[in-house]
Write a protein that binds this ligand. Sequence first.
Ligand code: PLP
Length: 432
Amino acid sequence: MGLYADRAGLIDSENAFKMGPYIRSLEAQGRDIVKCNIGEPDFPVPAFIKEEVKRQIDLDNTHYCDPQGIPSLRAAIARQLAETRGIRAEAERVVVFPGGKPPIGLCQQTYCGPGDEVVYPSPGFPIYESFIPYVGATPVPLHLKEENAFSLSGAELAPVLSEKTKLIFLNFPSNPTGGVASPEQLQEIARVIRARCRAEVRIFSDEIYEHILFDGHAHHSIASCPGMERNTIIVSGASKSFAWTGGRIGWALFPTREEAEVFKNLNINYFSCTAAYNQEGVRLGLESPEGPAEIKKMVDAFRMRRDLVVDGLNAIPGIRCLKPKATFYVFPNVEGVCRNLGIFDAFAALPAEIRDRTSPSTLLQMFLLFVHGVATLDRKSFGRIGAEPYHFLRLSIATGTEELRKGLARIAEAAGDREGFRRFIEKGEHLF
Ligand code: PLP
């Protein structure tokens, strides 16, 4: 009998968290690293929210609370969802979690088992794929195409859906591509789901970037399509909208009260509850007119940086970068750089056991970090299955403008540094 249960080896991870120790070790050696790897806004939590949290702590609101989420926050969430999505939403169907991430795995545990298929976008948030083998279900990646601006049509979705489909992850606005969905597109997706899936299929609509939109784009949810409320779990949270990743407040609106009860019980089993003082802070964030004003300041800064970075990347030979409509990520195609630097040849010449653990964009990611001092994330950080033909990096623009300019200059230098890449491969360190 080994130490671990078989399932312990089946869960994958989020690479973004693995970069931190590399960066810290390089910084400890005196290296300056431009951090374009981070998936969190570089803004402080809005002052009015911080004040409320401090006030709540002073009121000793520091004990166990309702495991489903405090009623005042659930009511505020239900109101916001009803107003912005044009749907019915009651506080009884809302469950608060420690972040937007926990419902991803908890939904898979609750709805899926062996024989069930889970459909998810690739590239997409890595935790969708990570959990699927852990719960014994079958992963069905839906590869989003650069030539379609990483968007998703009903026609693309149709062939991967069947009676076996139990859970479908949608993520608009999307990490890592910054894509958004139009109402027409969502209607088409909804039609295909209704035609091909069982009545009880669940759509996990991850809407955590709902407020980070550029160029007049509006947020639309599949739950707003006629009939889709019955199948959709809307998930969002405070991590991105209020730059509060450390507050660990996320939420989901479930199609039925009965399902909300199941997730409340999972909360009891796993977490008991999430900090009531932070929940009060989020409640005020949703209710106060200061909330949208603070979000707008952040989004304006992201838009300016997006333009700077997209233009800067497109000026580098071998890089092609679409302009994201939302989020604080850009997702350039780096196939040309991989070719120019000899990465494909170097990859092909690696011993099989190293090749299995890396990819051309991983080699570029590591070369950029360890030789040129820029932290990015490779393509397979956003879904591994079937990712081999695709060569992209994700850069977060949630860092200061000067840092971004410095990062662009370093990437431009790296893109022409064939000799440096040859030495990096020869050294044979940090290849995955
Ligand atoms: N969903 C998506 C698409 C994300 O990008 C993230 C964070 O990066 C999350 C969920 C998780 O957010 P949280 O920090 O609230 O758990």
